[in-house]
Write a protein that binds this ligand. Structure first.
Ligand code: FAD
Ligand code: SF4
Length: 338
């Protein structure tokens, strides 16, 4: 690890001013950034510790909305009674991620900004356009079992690793940011980026900006939600693919559908046109599930090692829709086991 300076500002404005300087990185729970520094992937000159900032609360909004502070831990978010009751999909997705110890340290802002788990990104001896622009991509033609099948580019086929973000995408959350020019709010769908020709950028965060909160409006889906995570082992492991579903069902008919996928793209993957195929259909219409799944994965491309994901995610979507339509009798803690 390189030598670096350390600052612990007490105000959001001071943190933003420090982070606007080149060579500066934020640290919150530290469960990702410290690993990256140890591996030599990140070597900031200045590390700005956010933990003194007043961002550790979950606040009530209008009509049951919640604003999740960036520094609230993943565990405190999942177990907050308001989150568990109003947004069980989110609580379930968080509890499906990492381990209890990690969730106690990891924060909401850090979860949104954690970096890809691509093996080549972490191995500084290999080429990686995300780590070192223009150096190439070791995963293309390499070991790419965990890589993207949707929205990838010829520069980068990495996936976004978060579980929490898949649920937040389905819940159409908004990300509140604070930077040198003040506050702005970004729709969750616009927060993370596809790799395109600049895979070094994972998000649309501008220099000096920090996430201050994540805002969620209520979505009344009753028991018709599910988070289905498929992975190599039940103990902590990142998703090979995951599916977040929330359905508003009235009189046996789907009135609104939200579906987001994890493990398949550089960002949580949502296609409203696929969700529209379910609206007006009977709640347990398998043909409609198949049509929505086909539309969600349309254009999927494998890279050899990850070809299996195309069929796997298609089947996972159909299964998750069936689970959500039938209701969710299991408690949240059980639902993390796919
Ligand atoms: C062994 C292991 C298994 C894991 N398994 C899973 C899993 O299954 N599912 C899953 O979703 N995650 C998993 N994780 C990842 C874990 O959830 C993240 O490391 C964690 O959420 C990051 O939060 P943090 O507060 O520790 O972030 P940090 O490590 O402090 O920061 C991460 C990044 O976010 C930036 N950052 C932090 N806060 C802010 C902010 N407020 N605004 C802007 N930028 C910010 C930092 O600069 C850094 O770039 C796993 C991690 C480990 C180590
Ligand atoms: S997939 Fe992306 S992160 Fe992985 S080696 Fe290629 S450029 Fe780097």
């Amino acid at each position: 690890m390189n030598r670096f300076a350390y600052a612990r500002p007490a105000t959001i404005a001071d943190a933003a001013a420090l982070l606007a300087r080149p060579g500066t990185r934020a640290i919150a729970g530290g469960t990702n950034i410290v690993d990256l520094m140890k591996e030599g992937v990140e070597s900031p000159d200045l590390l700005v510790d956010l933990r003194r900032l007043p961002l550790s609360e979950i606040r009530e909004g209008e009509g049951g909305a919640l604003s999740l502070g960036a520094l609230v831990t993943n565990a405190d978010t999942a177990y907050d009674p308001r989150v568990a009751e109003r947004f069980p999909l989110l609580a379930s997705a968080i509890l499906a991620g990492a381990s209890a110890q990690l969730r106690n340290a990891a924060t909401n802002g850090g979860n949104l900004n954690q970096r890809t788990r691509c093996y080549y990104f972490y191995d500084v001896a290999t080429p990686c356009n995300k780590r070192e622009p223009g150096s190439g991509c070791g995963a293309l033609g390499g070991v790419n079992r965990i890589h993207a099948i949707l929205g990838a580019s010829d520069q980068c086929i990495a996936t976004h690793p978060s579980d929490m973000c898949v649920a937040l995408a389905a819940l159409a959350a908004r990300v509140k940011l604070h930077g040198p020019d003040g506050e702005r709010i970004v729709e969750f769908a616009d927060y993370h980026r596809l790799p395109g020709d600049d895979p070094s950028r994972d998000t649309n965060l501008a220099p000096g900006e920090i996430v201050t909160a994540i805002d969620i409006d209520p979505f009344d889906c009753g028991p018709h939600w599910t988070y289905l995570k498929l992975r190599d082992r039940l103990s902590y492991a990142f998703a090979l693919v995951s599916v977040a579903v929330a359905l508003r069902i009235e009189a046996g008919e789907v009135r609104e559908a939200r579906i987001a996928l994890g493990g398949v793209a550089h960002k949580p993957w949502r296609r409203p046109e696929a969700e529209a195929l379910l609206v007006g259909r009977a709640a347990e219409d398998e043909a409609a599930f198949e049509a929505a799944a086909a539309r969600l994965v349309k254009g999927a491309v494998g890279q050899g090692g990850n070809d299996f994901k195309i069929e796997m995610v298609r089947r996972a979507i159909v299964r998750a829709l069936g689970q959500a339509a039938a209701g969710t009798p299991q408690p949240i803690a059980d639902k993390r086991i796919a």
